[in-house]
Write a protein that binds this ligand. Structure first.
Ligand code: SAM
Length: 309
């Protein structure tokens, strides 16, 4: 066992593969796939091709890795657990198409895997993984920073997270996560996976989702951070009407200038509606900024020049 892993007392069941013993580590979100039918279904959903450059997050003991490697052109794998990384390096490292990166996916620079960062590299990476559930949402948002280099992403996630990602207005799962992910990607809930497919079995149901970054966003917004703020504030009080939940960001009079029913609840508005609200707020902020008296900066300069004197 490596130094990095020694402090984590192993508690999970002993998993043996090719003479390699490993005890699942809960804090690394280790639930290993063992159901061969489910594994085959996931591989069919990914459908690796010889021209594909795949990146697997959390390969674990290689349940998916071995199958992916049969058909793809190149496979990079990012694994945090040093024992598993060493095991995979020993068993698959002789294949020149395979590279193992031991480390934290949340700090991983996916663009470093590209031979060039020009037009040819755009949308060239296919990301896959049975993600550690404790970091699945930050992991997906980390990946969105590299969206221009990504063709698609196929992930195993908690079923509830997939339902939230794919939710449409009016759904009980509709909220921040789905709205913001759908701004960046098309989301497809492919199929569900029972807990019995894993060792150890997770307490929650799982599902496979495919995320495909948009080449052109479905809605145009002037300021994505403003959109994020609007969605966050709206869903902080999702039972209130829109005009009440957004009171701190936009006046009722401003909201009434938009073709939106302000008596609706946040869960009934589409991404396009939120984009309109966001643009109205960012335009009024820009106007307010431009109209602000120029006295403040010049008086500061005057004070500075006075100090300098
Ligand atoms: N792919 C394997 C399978 O399906 O059997 C293992 C999946 S298991 C749910 C998640 C894997 O992600 C584990 O191998 C775990 O060690 C790894 N992992 C956990 N946190 C990670 C992180 N921050 N960066 C990279 N890998 C991580």
């Amino acid at each position: 066992m490596s130094e990095a892993n020694r402090s984590t007392r192993p508690r999970g069941p002993d998993l043996q593969k090719d003479g390699f013993h490993h005890q699942a580590r809960k804090r690394f979100g280790q639930n290993f796939l063992h159901d061969q039918n489910i594994i085959a279904r996931i591989i069919r959903a990914i459908a690796p091709q010889p021209s594909d450059h795949l990146v697997e997050i959390g390969p674990g003991q290689g349940a998916l890795t071995r199958h992916l490697l049969k058909d793809c052109g190149r496979l990079d794998a990012v694994e945090l657990d040093r024992d598993l990384a060493a095991y995979l390096q020993d068993t698959l490292g002789t294949d020149p198409r395979f590279a193992l990166h031991q480390g934290d996916v949340l700090k991983f620079d996916f663009s470093s895997l590209l031979p060039t960062r020009d037009e040819a590299a755009r949308h060239s990476l296919r990301i896959v993984g049975n993600l550690p559930y404790n970091i699945s949402t930050p992991c997906m948002f980390h990946l969105l920073q590299f969206q221009q280099w990504i063709a698609d992403m196929t992930f195993m996630l908690q079923l509830e997270v997939v339902q939230r990602l794919a939710a449409v207005p009016g759904d009980e799962h509709y909220g921040r996560l789905g709205l913001m992910m759908q701004y960046y990607c098309t989301v497809e809930h492919l199929f569900d996976v029972p807990g019995t497919a894993f060792i150890p079995q997770p307490k929650v149901c799982s599902a496979i989702v495919r995320l495909v970054p948009h080449r052109h966003p479905p809605v145009q917004v002037e300021d994505v951070q403003c959109l994020q703020e609007v969605v966050r504030v709206a869903f902080t009080q999702r039972r209130k009407t829109l005009k009440n939940s957004l009171r701190t960001l936009i006046s009722e009079a401003q909201l009434n200038t938009l073709p939106i029913d302000t008596g609706l609840r946040p869960e009934n508005l589409s991404l396009a509606d939120y984009a309109m609200i966001s643009d109205c707020i960012s335009r009024s902020r820009t106007t307010a900024h431009a109209a602000a008296p120029a006295a403040a900066p010049s008086s500061t300069s005057a004070e500075e020049s006075h100090v300098q004197e």
